[in-house]
Design a protein around this ligand. Structure first.
Ligand SMILES: *[C@@H]1O[C@H](CO)[C@@H](O)[C@H](O)[C@H]1NC(C)=O
Ligand SMILES: *[C@@H]1O[C@H](CO)[C@@H](O)[C@H](O)[C@H]1NC(C)=O
Ligand SMILES: *[C@@H]1O[C@H](CO)[C@@H](O)[C@H](O)[C@H]1NC(C)=O
Length: 274
């Protein structure tokens, strides 16, 4: 698969950014829809450009195909692996607030190296911090709910999650659950292999193989990188990119660089293999 298959003309990129930002601005004022778990707000239609994808999508992939073609070599988006409809229903805004509104969650700053942590009741996070990303604010000043989950307190939720049924020899699995606003995301970083499933919303991924360290500022948001750095990249320096839809799972191999951008308010869960 050629790298950079999801290129956009500079004009298209600007449109895409404007759309993300318009979507984010509208999200402040809209009202939720039941089908989206109450997390999404009405916004403009998805732009065609943003649907471009340079990561393969595979439905009903077998374990041996996964190991042979992807596990150690490249990312892939998996469809139809598990049925998480029950888990999805439990992750609606209303259900989560009713079950876990009072529990304290640990938020992290959305930058690359130094993660400041802040503890806050879940309800306060949802009501006061889950707003669209301000494109001018810094990642190290942006609080994001992802990981640091209290698995004993939230056991009644996580017991209903079916992770992708592919593990790798000698690895154990660990979950990271999160909810984040439109336009938010984590800037480039890498770690061990794993899966990331979108429960509600859409998440755009930007990926580079381990030997291709991207240029980025560790304290700037993905949105700022997309706005400032991406348009300056030579075609050969562009990442692999794709938008993962609700119900899909992206697999990232060991040590692949990646940055994420939530196109809507997103609920997501990663399964790390380490
Ligand atoms: C965030 O990072 C910027 C630039 O890297 C720095 O100037 C600023 O002090 C940092 N903010 C906090 C709260 O640490
Ligand atoms: C990023 O922010 C952290 C604290 O928020 C600061 O200690 C660090 O120096 C900043 N890094 C850069 C490269 O500006
Ligand atoms: C997890 O939640 C339980 C119950 O609220 C609490 O007693 C425990 O200290 C929490 N664990 C962590 C690591 O925060």
């Amino acid at each position: 698969m050629p790298r950079g298959g999801g290129l956009m003309a500079p004009g298209a990129r600007l449109l895409f950014l404007l759309a993300v930002w318009t979507l984010a601005a509208l999200a402040r004022h809209g009202t939720g829809k039941a089908g989206d778990g109450g997390w999404q707000r009405p916004g403009p239609a998805v732009l065609a450009e943003e649907q471009r994808c340079a990561v393969e999508r595979r439905a009903d992939l077998s374990y041996s195909e996964f190991v042979q073609h992807y596990a150690f070599s490249r990312p892939v988006i998996l469809q139809g692996l598990t049925d998480n409809s029950r888990f999805r229903a439990l992750c609606s805004r209303e259900r989560l607030l009713a079950s876990f509104g009072d529990s304290v969650v640990r938020l992290s700053t959305a930058n690359t190296y130094s993660y400041r942590k802040v503890d806050l009741p879940f309800q306060e996070y949802v009501e006061h911090l889950l707003y669209p990303q301000d494109p001018t604010s810094l990642g190290n000043d942006t609080l994001y709910f992802f990981g640091d989950n209290n698995f004993s307190e939230w056991a009644s939720l996580f017991q209903h999650y079916s992770p992708p049924p592919f593990s790798l020899l000698g690895t154990t699995t660990a979950y990271s659950f999160g909810i984040a606003g439109a336009g938010s995301g984590v800037p480039f970083h890498w770690h061990g292999p794993g899966f990331s499933e979108v429960i509600y919303g859409r998440k755009r991924w930007f990926l580079y193989p381990p030997e291709k360290t991207p240029e980025f500022h560790p304290n700037k948001t993905t949105l700022a990188w997309l706005q400032d750095m991406y348009p300056t990249l030579a075609p050969s320096a562009r990442p692999l990119e794709c938008t993962v839809q609700a119900g899909e799972v992206l697999y990232f191999p060991d040590r692949w660089w990646h940055a994420t951008l939530n196109l809507d308010t997103s609920v997501f869960i990663s399964t790390f293999l380490s």
